[in-house]
Ligand binder design. Structure first.
Ligand code: HEC
Length: 299
C-alpha cells in the first residue's frame, strides 16, 4: 500500500509546469517569436481583406449587392428547409394543409384530422423494439452479459473476497496493546504451538526447557497482552525466541489465546512453578491484573 508519495514523487510538481518553459532559453525565445509572427500575419491578412472589400464596394457596387442578395436567399431557404424537417419530425402540418388530411365525417361541427404518427414517436418506438431484441440476445440467448441474478452472485462473491482481505488485514494489525483473548482463535493457536513451541514448553504447555505455561505463575505476566508481548519480542538472553519475524501478528494472537486456555489445565509432568503467582486475571474480571503482571517481571 503506498498511500504516501515517495520523496522522489513528491518533488515532481510545479517545477515541471509549462510556466517555467522548456528550460532552454533559446528554444523559449524561438517559440515566443514564432507566436508573435503568426499573430502579426493574421492581423495583416484581416486588414488586407477589409481593404479589398472597400475597393470592391467602390468599383463594382452591383456585384457586391448581388453577392449579398444570394447569401440572404440561401439563408432563408435553409431556414425553411430546417423548419419543414422539424415539422415532419414532430408530425405537424401547416394550417392551410389541414383540409387535405381532414377525415370525411363531422359531428356537431367537430371534424377529425388524419394526423400520421409523428416521426419522433416512431423512432422512439422502433428503437425500443431493436433495443429489446439486442438485450434479449445479449443477456438471455448468448449470455454475453450478466443478468440480475448473476450480477448479484458476482457482487456478493466480490464482497466476500473484500471482507476476507479486510479481516486478514485487520487481524494482522493487532499488537500487544490491542490484542484481546478470543477462545475461537485457540484451535489455530494450538496448531502453531505444536509446530513451534512444544519443543521447549511441552505438548501441553507443562514446560521442559521453557517454563510451565499451564499454571498461574508467570515470569513476564500472564495476561493476554503480556503473553503476546513475550512471544513477539521473546526473552533472547533466557532462551525464549522472539517470534515477530517468524509469526504474523494474527498468529501470535492465536497462540497467545491458546496459552490462556491452558491455564489450570494441570498437565502431566508439570514443571515447577516459576515467577509470581497471578491470582486474578483481566479475562476473569480482575482489575489488579496489570499491577500484578508488572511485579512478575523478572529480569
Ligand atoms: C528454544 C526454546 C523455546 C521455544 C521454541 C519457545 N520458547 Fe517460550 N520460553 C522459553 C524460555 C527459556 C522461556 C523463559 C524465559 C525467561 O526465563 O525469561 C520462555 C518463556 C515463554 C513465555 C513466558 C512465560 C512466563 O512465565 O512469563 C511464554 C508466554 C512463551 N515462552 C511462549 C512461547 C510460545 C508461544 C512459543 C512458540 C511460538 C515459544 N514460547 C517457544 C523457551 C522457548
Amino acid at each position: 500500500m503506498s498511500l504516501y508519495l515517495s520523496a522522489a514523487e513528491a518533488t515532481v510538481s510545479p517545477a515541471t509546469s509549462w510556466l517555467s518553459g522548456s528550460g532552454n532559453i533559446y528554444t523559449d525565445i524561438l517559440i515566443i517569436t514564432f507566436v508573435i509572427v503568426m499573430v502579426a500575419l493574421l492581423v495583416f491578412a484581416i486588414v488586407i481583406q477589409r481593404a479589398m472589400r472597400s475597393i470592391l464596394q467602390i468599383t463594382m457596387p452591383e456585384a457586391v449587392e448581388l453577392e449579398a442578395e444570394k447569401v440572404r436567399v440561401a439563408k432563408i431557404r435553409r431556414r425553411e428547409k430546417w423548419k419543414s424537417t422539424w415539422n415532419n419530425i414532430l408530425g405537424l402540418h401547416r394550417l392551410e394543409e389541414e383540409k387535405d388530411i381532414m377525415i370525411d365525417h363531422e359531428y356537431d361541427g367537430i371534424v377529425e384530422l388524419d394526423n400520421p404518427i409523428p416521426v419522433w414517436f416512431n423512432v422512439l418506438f422502433y428503437s425500443t423494439v431493436v433495443f429489446g431484441f439486442i438485450y434479449l440476445l445479449v443477456y438471455h440467448v448468448f449470455g454475453w452479459g450478466m443478468n440480475q441474478d448473476q450480477e448479484y452472485i458476482h457482487e456478493v462473491a466480490q464482497a466476500e473476497k473484500a471482507k476476507l482481505a479486510y479481516l486478514a488485514q485487520s487481524a494482522s494489525l493487532v499488537d500487544e496493546s490491542s490484542v484481546e483473548f478470543n477462545e475461537a482463535l485457540a484451535p489455530a493457536g494450538k496448531a502453531i504451538f505444536m509446530a513451534n513451541c512444544a519443543a521447549c514448553h511441552g505438548n501441553n504447555g507443562e514446560g521442559t526447557i521453557g517454563p510451565n505455561l499451564a499454571d498461574r505463575y508467570w515470569l513476564h505476566g500472564g495476561e493476554i497482552k503480556d503473553i503476546f508481548k513475550t512471544v513477539k519480542y521473546g526473552v533472547p538472553e533466557k532462551g525464549m525466541v522472539p517470534w515477530e519475524q517468524t509469526l504474523t501478528p494474527a498468529q501470535i494472537a492465536e497462540v497467545s489465546s491458546y496459552i490462556i486456555t491452558l491455564r489450570d489445565s494441570n498437565p502431566a509432568n508439570a514443571k515447577a512453578a516459576e515467577g509470581t503467582e497471578v491470582k486474578v486475571y483481566a479475562s476473569e474480571g480482575g482489575e489488579t491484573a496489570g499491577v500484578v503482571a508488572d511485579d512478575a517481571v523478572d529480569q
